[in-house]
Design a binder for this molecule. Structure first.
Ligand SMILES: [Fe+2]
Length: 201
């Protein structure tokens, strides 16, 4: 068994005008696909790792042989992070749920949360991701670099933005702040709320 590229859960142009069709096509069909290809190559001689759910593989990175650990972290992380990223994006959606009460409780107002998240995302240097996670029962914003995923450190991802240039450069070039602003129009809060309710203690 080898890892396979899951189809996008919507059409390539579904997130227009916030993320354009061409970016989505290249991002999913080329970048995400290449992480899976490289992950499968890396695991060629490790059949016992090929059947693991990708979350378990990344959660248990310490158990992976040192020889391939860096590649599994980068390419397995690339697969996991992108699969998660696609899942928390959607066409415009009106949704109310408990996650917003928790955001108010933690960050005082939604606007404060948005401001902190944006600031954190703007501070990602080079390629990385900004996450909203559950750390125990606490909502936190954190950054990871490369394709590191917070589950490696026991934190549960609820929301993420891909800040690699390949995620936005075609449309936004150096205007990373506009890309982050646009991202707030296409968050699948229904999905984020489901994850919050599932994993809060
Ligand atoms: Fe990406």
């Amino acid at each position: 068994m080898a890892y396979e590229l899951p189809p996008l859960p919507y059409k390539y142009d579904s997130l227009e005008p916030f993320i354009d069709e061409k970016t989505m096509k290249i991002h999913h069909d080329k970048h995400h696909a290449s992480y899976i290809l490289k992950l499968n190559q890396t695991l060629k001689n490790y059949p016992e790792l090929q059947d693991k759910p990708i979350e378990s593989l990344i959660q248990g990175l310490e158990d992976v042989s040192e020889e391939i650990r860096e590649s599994v972290k980068n390419n397995g992380g690339g697969h996991l992070n992108h699969t998660f990223f696609w899942s928390i994006l959607t066409k415009k959606l009106i949704f109310k749920g408990e996650i917003f009460n928790e955001i108010d409780k933690t960050f005082q107002t939604f606007e404060n949360f948005k401001e902190e998240f944006t600031k954190s995302a703007m501070n990602v240097f080079g390629s990385g991701w900004t996450w909203l996670v559950l750390d125990g029962n606490q909502l936190k914003i954190l950054n990871t670099s490369g394709h590191e995923n917070p589950i490696t450190h026991g934190k549960i991802p609820l929301l993420v933005i891909d800040l690699w240039e390949h995620a936005y450069y075609l449309k936004y070039q150096n205007r990373k702040n506009e890309y982050i602003e646009s991202f707030f129009n296409i968050i699948n809060w229904k999905k984020v709320n489901e994850l919050f309710l599932k994993y809060k203690i």
